[in-house]
Design a protein around this ligand. Structure first.
Ligand code: ADP
Length: 588
């Protein structure tokens, strides 16, 4: 069971105000909607009133033509009311779609600006759920609930006013059910709120899990984890079922409660109204009007109540969207940050320390110097901090202590994107986008011409295999790299980096076995790529870095050895041991 209600009142108010701030952009249309709502509410009051008048007049002896005139008026009133209802719905859909359109754009562009650390803490599917399900909830609710709320409020107020005017006594009697109704509603909504929020959360959780297991299907199968995955899924699915079950159950009580109270008020009006009519305190016509009003009086509340679950789930959805929007974007560049156009490629790490979590230091006092055009290899056991060094260099994170310089400039004083424009990556899992080969390579430099892309592919030894693909450069790749091999994927990434022509290169050496011919092509392409650029290579197989100008040996976040292959072997230290072990195991 759940511990405490999650849609807190204060939160709810804030979320509503925030949705309103988006709607305020559509003021013009909104005013039109409100006018239509007012007109239709007045018309819906006029109908029953005229009917009451008609009944009384009939009793007092109206003729046929008077009755016909009344009938024509009633037809006009009801037709006009339908017209205004149609228009308000039509315009409201416009508002709702614009609001959701703006929110979706805001959310997506905000996501692009969030730091890497944000994404590392979250499942992608769960975030996608916010962009899709939660947005959809907001949209559906705005389409209908806003009109419903205004109509209901106006109809309620109008009905009570006319009722009071016709017969204060009958009005008071009809209204006796209101406190009961509110108490019931309060009891129910106290419970529904938390379950709706829980429902959205568990749905996001489930979506996240589905995404994770679908993209990781290969691993699931390889480690025969199907059963465990199914079990976890069933747990998450059960959590969703429970929260949905309670959310629906409690909100299902609302219309039933309303219906029951409606019948009670009906009985009161007919019973007591009958007695009053016999005593000639009120006319039969007033009772006719009251009976219709009493339904009209509970109907808006009933409608609101029916909408309540939707409204609550939309508020919960909007709240989840706003949570992401409130996440701090990647640290803004200082106003005085420089824009760098081209770099020579000198890198200095000066006593850099860094930790992801406060208690655990990941990098400790790391210092090294790289001259322009040099190749630096970073080696060390898994978890030593190799990737972290790169993450600091790219400013995915900033150092806690010490400083990093490129061409003598402190990188915290350089604009992030101008720094990153001077870097290119060739990673183990090269990321492809779901578009054709041409565009995938062009990602390296968006203004490159087709000829330049082909040229880069040729330099990267990728042209040959691309031409053998079913539609050459127009072949659409899928995001997981299906259709081409891992090695070919790397060649595309190299082509992308060649096109980008950066001063700094970051290479994460492939560990997976690639056929010898492709490996030779990769090595050759990489050598061409690395020429004249400062390159960082995260190396796993030590034979590939023998020619590196400098090798940094990392262990537990510290550089324990530093030098060329030859120098380090002479030291007979950690590096020499690593090389020996790899030779023995036949890795190299
Ligand atoms: P390597 O690349 O050498 O395998 P990493 O630089 O990835 O090592 O990681 C160094 C240490 O920092 C590891 O102990 C790892 O668990 C930790 N670490 C890496 N990324 C994060 C993160 N986003 N949050 C917290 N700890 C992290």
């Amino acid at each position: 069971m759940l511990s405490k209600p999650s849609v807190k009142k204060r939160n709810m108010k804030r979320t509503l105000l925030r949705i309103w701030s988006y709607m305020a952009e559509e003021k013009g249309l909104f005013v039109l909607v409100v006018i239509m709502v007012i007109v239709s509410s007045v018309l819906s009051l006029a109908g029953p009133y005229l009917m009451g008048v008609a009944v009384d007049s009939l009793i007092s002896g109206w003729n046929g033509s008077q009755l016909l005139t009344m009938l024509v008026w009633l037809v006009i009133i009801y037709a006009a009311q339908s017209g205004t209802v149609f228009l308000q719905g039509y315009w409201m859909i416009g508002i709702a779609q614009n609001v959701v359109f703006t929110m979706r754009n805001a959310l997506f562009s905000h996501l692009q600006k969030l730091p890497i650390s944000f994404f590392q803490k979250r499942q992608h599917g769960e975030l996608m759920s916010r962009l899709t399900n939660d947005m959809e909830n907001v949209s559906r609710t705005l389409n209908s609930a806003v009109i419903q709320i205004i109509t209901s409020t106006l109809t309620l107020a109008g009905t009570v006013a006319v009722m009071l005017w016709l017969s204060p006594l009958l009005t008071v009697l009809t209204l006796t059910i209101v406190p009961v109704m509110f108490a019931g509603m309060k009891w129910i909504t106290n419970r529904t709120g938390k379950y709706f929020k829980e429902q959205q959360r568990t749905l996001g959780d489930l979506n996240g899990y589905i995404e994770e297991t679908l993209t990781g299907q290969r691993i699931v199968k390889m480690y025969s984890q199907e059963e465990r995955v199914i079990e976890s899924f069933e747990e998450k699915n059960a959590a969703l079922k429970t929260s949905s079950y309670w959310a629906q159950t409690y909100s299902g009580f609302i219309p039933k409660l309303m219906n029951m109270l409606n019948n009670v008020s009906f009985a009161i009006i007919i019973g007591i109204g009958g007695i009053l009519a016999i005593k000639e305190i009120v006319s039969i016509g007033v009772i006719v009007t009251f009976v219709t009003y009493s339904r009209q009086f509970t109907r808006p509340l009933n409608d609101l109540a029916n909408q309540f679950n939707m409204i609550l789930s939309a508020i919960a959805g909007a709240d989840r969207v706003f949570q992401v929007l409130d996440e701090e974007v990647e640290g803004k560049d200082e106003g005085s940050a420089y824009e760098i156009s081209s770099l020579k490629g000198e890198i200095v790490f000066d006593s850099v320390s860094f930790s992801y979590e406060k208690e655990v230091a990941t990098l400790k006092n790391v210092s090294f110097h790289v001259s322009p055009g040099q190749t630096v290899a970073i080696v060390g056991p898994t978890g030593a901090g190799k990737t972290t060094i790169i993450s600091l260099l790219t400013r995915f994170y900033d150092a806690d202590e010490g400083a990093i310089f490129v061409d003598g400039m402190d990188i915290t004083k350089v604009k992030r994107d101008s720094l990153r424009k001077n870097m290119a990556f060739v990673l183990q899992d090269s990321v492809l986008f779901q578009t054709n080969v041409m565009e995938n390579i062009r990602y390296g430099r968006l203004d490159a011409s087709d000829d330049e892309v082909v040229e880069a592919a040729k330099t990267a030894n990728a042209h040959e295999f691309i031409m053998k693909l079913p539609r050459g450069y127009d072949t659409v790749l899928d995001a997981e790299g299906g259709g081409i091999s891992h090695g070919q994927c790397q060649l595309l990434a190299i082509a992308r980096a060649i096109l980008a022509n950066p001063a700094l290169l970051i290479l994460d050496e492939a560990t997976s076995s690639i056929d010898t011919i492709t490996e030779m092509k990769i090595t050759d392409a990489l050598n061409k790529l690395m020429q004249g650029r400062t390159s960082f290579v995260i190396a796993h197989r030590l034979n590939t870095i023998q020619n590196a100008d400098s090798i940094l040996v990392l262990k537990d976040g510290r550089i324990i050895e530093q030098g060329s292959d030859e120098e380090l072997l002479k030291l007979s230290g950690f590096y020499a041991d690593l090389v020996k072990t790899q030779r023995q195991k036949g890795v190299i």
